[in-house]
Write a new protein. Structure first.
Length: 298
């Protein structure tokens, strides 16, 4: 039964991008063709700014749609239609297709990387929140424990408070843990026998001080890692935006070529992108020539 269902199932329709790639493979470019002659001299900053105007996947979608229609017109149009189109050839469309496919692949790879990074950041933040919550409760315990070492010493009490608030370390929980650990270690080396006995009776020992240091060091490591993960390195995104801007420039060339041909031969289709329509330039036109005035001699 399943055999007949499988036999009657229609094959999946290829995506527009797959159709475009298949068309590009069907035509050979003379020599080692590149787009350098067309994009040489483009301002990278302007390309980057234009490439950021619209999401990259939308630029790719528009370019694929425009190139597919242009391919169809140049392959299947009438002789009059094909000869009216200047500024866009099948060879050019092949090269443009290769360029937009590379952009699509890089954009998809970047999206995958960003999704993985977002997941890593979320896990790092969850771990940091857990350690941070533990540090806050431990900080209060350590503050009370150390404060009990010399309750009548105002200067010492102020020192304990300064360590707990990490006044000298920017107020971070990691700095507080390390400052309290340093103060605890100092108490343990105090020459006053009463302080040493008091510390032993209250449970302030080397193991406790080491645990404060470990927690503080772990927090500092996690904070640094989160800062590294969330640091903005625009190098990759800038390069992607420049390439997207180049795609926009090339797509506009095709659109303008067909619009110009449409004015000469109205049956030539006008290509309209969906997402980048507002960026389409109007064709510049020369003013009409001066009318020839013929005067008759008397």
């Amino acid at each position: 039964m399943s055999y007949f269902r499988d036999r009657d199932r229609r094959p999946e329709e290829p995506s527009p991008r797959k159709k475009l790639e298949a068309l590009a493979r069907a035509y050979r470019v003379q020599g080692a063709g590149t787009l350098d002659a067309l994009i040489d001299g483009l301002n990278p900053t302007e390309c980057r700014n234009r490439g950021r105007c619209v999401p990259t996947d939308k630029i790719v979608e528009d370019a694929v749609g425009v190139y597919l229609k242009a391919f169809d017109a140049l392959r299947r149009g009438s002789e009059a239609q094909r000869t009216s189109v200047r500024g866009c050839t099948l060879e050019l469309l092949v090269l443009m297709t290769e360029q937009v496919v590379r952009l699509a692949q890089r954009s998809e790879q970047r999206a995958t990387e960003q999704a993985a990074l977002a997941d890593t950041i979320e896990k790092a933040m969850a771990q940091l929140r857990s350690q941070y919550a533990r540090a806050l409760t431990t900080r209060e315990q350590a503050r009370r424990l150390l404060g009990g070492m010399a309750r009548d010493d105002g200067a010492f009490q102020e020192e304990v408070r300064g360590a707990a608030t990490a006044a000298a370390g920017g107020g971070s929980a990691s700095a507080a843990m390390l400052a309290l650990a340093a103060l605890g270690r100092r108490v343990l080396t105090d020459p006053d026998p009463k302080i040493i006995v008091r510390a032993r009776l209250l449970g302030l020992d080397e193991a406790y001080v080491t645990s404060l240091e470990t927690l503080g060091g772990d927090l500092r490591t996690r904070e640094a890692e989160l800062q590294r993960l969330t640091g903005h390195d625009d190098t990759v995104d800038d390069a992607l935006a420049v390439e997207a801007g180049i795609t926009l420039h090339l797509m506009m060339m095709v659109i303008e070529a067909f619009e110009s041909a449409h004015e000469i031969e109205p049956s030539v289709a006008v290509l309209r992108p969906v997402h980048t329509q507002r960026l389409v330039r109007r064709l510049s036109k020369l003013p009409p020539p001066v009318a020839l005035v013929v005067t008759r001699g008397r």
